[in-house]
Design a protein around this ligand. Structure first.
Ligand code: PNS
Length: 165
């Protein structure tokens, strides 16, 4: 019998990708044959980077992994997954504070498509306080964030901060 290729999706806003996201990506890429990273619109968040910039940064940070595909699309996440043979959604949680939000999304996605499962990975403890929003906030005060984001992201954040956009 032919072996089924296990495809998973790690979707998020990634504005921009942080070391916490990268931790989840590296670990999930070992569990699945193919991991797609979906750069998606979250109506509750305003953006600093456009979608092309976010995707490009993710591609640069994950170039050492050979089973990653970065995508961006409009519409429901579960519909894209169904159409592309993906049956697992990966999400990371940093602390108990994330659990409620993640459970709500997992249940909604399950309601929308019962064939798609969500698995939740705890982010490594050393990254458990990192969020893209906090990174952008402290950057405004010229804080040192070099341990929190990949090098290419740090350079791009500094470039944007100096340009004033
Ligand atoms: O990194 P985020 O902002 O927590 O990720 C949330 C995201 C982008 C995964 C979510 O808003 C999403 O899936 N958007 C695509 C549209 C969709 O399917 N919404 C229903 C989510 S239950």
């Amino acid at each position: 019998m032919e072996k089924k290729i296990r495809k998973a999706m790690f979707a998020g806003s990634f504005d921009p990708i942080t070391n916490g996201h990268l931790d989840i990506i590296c670990r999930s890429s070992k569990i699945f044959d193919e991991l797609q990273i979906g750069v998606l619109y979250n109506p509750n968040k305003s953006g600093m980077f456009n979608f092309e910039e976010r995707a490009e940064l993710i591609e640069k940070c994950t170039s050492h992994l050979d089973n990653i595909k970065v995508v961006s699309f409009n519409g429901l996440l579960v519909n894209y997954c169904e159409e592309n043979g993906i049956d697992t959604l990966v999400r990371g949680i940093r602390s108990g504070a994330d659990v409620e939000y993640e459970l709500q999304m997992a249940h909604m996605n399950k309601e929308l498509n019962p064939n798609i499962e969500t698995i939740i990975l705890p982010t490594a403890t050393k990254y458990s306080f990192i969020s893209s929003s906090l990174i952008k906030e402290v950057l405004n005060f010229d804080a040192n964030i070099k341990n929190l984001v990949p090098k290419v992201v740090l350079e791009e954040l500094k470039r944007k901060a100096n340009r004033g956009n």
